[in-house]
Design a protein around this ligand. Structure first.
Ligand code: EPZ
Length: 420
């Protein structure tokens, strides 16, 4: 079994470069199904989730060339299947994002029902309601969801009950070749939505208003291929920024779009860190003693739920009482038990609220990565703990962090991956 071994007590110094955004590249790869020509995608992070969705595309008959690191060449001229199998969708629920592009391209899709995960049941009702509004017929059974639109989809106005990131992305793709215009109201505004829209437009789509709560998509006859460079990963960037703040460090995080980082930058400054925003990077100097803060996670442009676990690790050693309210997912406190094992003082109400009393120090021990961002939080806690921390189930971390050991080592951390 693979483990991460993290030695505590180092002050990070140096520069780490952020990779392309996982949560942008996954819908962008799914959107390449729309195109009738070859697409090239650059700044692709080398992640397990990327490999999985590329396997899904290959199941559909597309040709995916991953021979050059960080570059994907996708030939979507021929589609030989419209079915995404259980064994792939069950390993990565974002595979469900091919439903919208398959419906638009071939008028049908059969996707294994995406399961829940550690952080929640992850329903897809908003996706399905949107597809039906566009005229698709949805059938569910035997663990699969089938959608069909034999006469094509027809544009309409869709109001999302919740600004779901995935539903917004799936519906942009489905509407891209519908007859007429689609308006998505109460749409998610995440930067990854804007990046997807930019790629769809490069392929010949007509998407306007991405990044706002109202997105207009004018259906086109057919889509071409295109070249697109993926935006930097704001959550990976935030993870390293928190590490610099927690370790009383002095680091530069390179390849960062600061306008995507506003909520986190504000919270790090409240906690006493110095944060200098540059054109393409951010400089973080951690204070001698961090101060307690309050965080409420919200859809963008609010504080990102994907940074909640990492910031809670920082709260554990911040002087005073911090609090967290997780409004996006119903079970995103799996990291609390693991932080408690390290000596943290955290009380939750069994739901979405947590109170964190700062302690003088955490103690290294054996902990688990219960999910992707909880795993990242364990690494951060290990960096400041007294002694050595052993983190298991690190396949979760590999899903979202490219070269994590190398990047932290480059910042002066004592961290290694061992196989027992
Ligand atoms: C995306 O997931 C991200 N994943 C998540 O990142 C991120 O946490 C989430 O957006 C919120 O920002 C990818 O982009 C691949 P949602 P997604 O649909 O699209 C409820 C990470 O760590 N909901 O915005 O699945 C849902 O249950 C991952 O990188 C419905 O009720 O998120 C949740 O409570 C974790 N019905 C809330 O909305 C639906 O049909 C937000 O989900 C869809 C969602």
């Amino acid at each position: 079994m693979e483990k991460l071994v993290v030695k505590g007590g180092c002050r990070l110094k140096g520069t780490a470069r952020v990779s392309g955004a996982k949560n942008a590249v996954l819908p962008i790869i799914a959107a390449s199904v729309l195109g009738m020509e070859q697409s090239t995608i650059l700044e692709v992070p080398e992640l397990e989730d990327v490999r999985t969705i590329c396997k899904v595309l290959e199941c559909l008959g597309l040709k995916v060339d991953m021979s050059v690191p960080h570059r994907l060449k996708i030939d979507s001229r021929k589609i030989t299947s419209w079915e995404a199998p259980y064994e792939l969708v069950s390993t990565m629920r974002a595979s469900f994002l091919v439903m919208g592009s398959l419906l638009a391209r071939v008028g049908r899709a059969k996707i294994s029902q995406p399961g829940g995960c550690a952080i929640g049941t992850r329903p897809i009702d908003i996706h399905l309601k949107g597809f039906e509004a566009l005229g698709a017929e949805i059938r569910q059974g035997h663990g699969y969801i089938e959608a069909s639109a034999p006469h094509g989809l027809v544009g309409t106005t869709i109001y999302l009950d919740f600004p779901s990131v995935g539903a917004t992305e799936n519906l942009i793709m489905a509407a891209s070749m519908a007859k007429g215009t689609t308006i998505i109201e109460n749409a998610a505004q995440e930067p990854e939505i804007v990046d997807l829209a930019n790629y769809v437009n490069v392929m010949g789509g007509k998407v306007r208003g991405a990044g706002t709560t109202s997105i207009r998509i004018d259906g086109v006859e057919a889509m071409k291929g295109g070249e697109h460079t993926v935006i930097p990963d704001r959550i990976e960037a935030g993870t390293y920024m928190v590490a610099g703040a927690m370790t009383h460090g002095d680091i530069v995080v390179d390849n960062v779009l600061c306008e995507h980082m506003k909520p986190l930058i504000a919270k790090l400054r409240e906690a006493g860190a110095i944060v200098e925003e540059n054109i393409n990077s951010v400089h973080v100097v951690g204070p001698e003693q961090l101060k307690a803060i309050t965080v409420k996670t919200l859809p963008y442009p609010g504080f990102p739920t994907d940074m909640q676990a990492q910031v809670m690790a920082m709260m554990c050693i911040s002087k005073g009482q911090s609090s967290v309210l997780e409004t996006v997912f119903e079970n995103r406190f799996m990291h609390v038990d693991e932080l408690l094992r390290m000596g943290a003082d955290i009380r939750t109400n069994g739901g979405r609220a947590a109170i964190v009393e700062g302690v003088d120090k955490l103690y290294g021990c054996q902990v688990r990565a219960t999910d992707l961002r909880a795993g990242a939080a364990m690494v951060l806690a290990g960096l400041v703990a007294d002694g050595t921390t052993y983190i298991t189930d690190i396949h979760h971390i590999d899903r979202g962090y490219e070269n994590l050991v190398e990047k932290f080592t480059g910042l002066g951390a004592t961290i290694q991956r061992i196989t027992e």
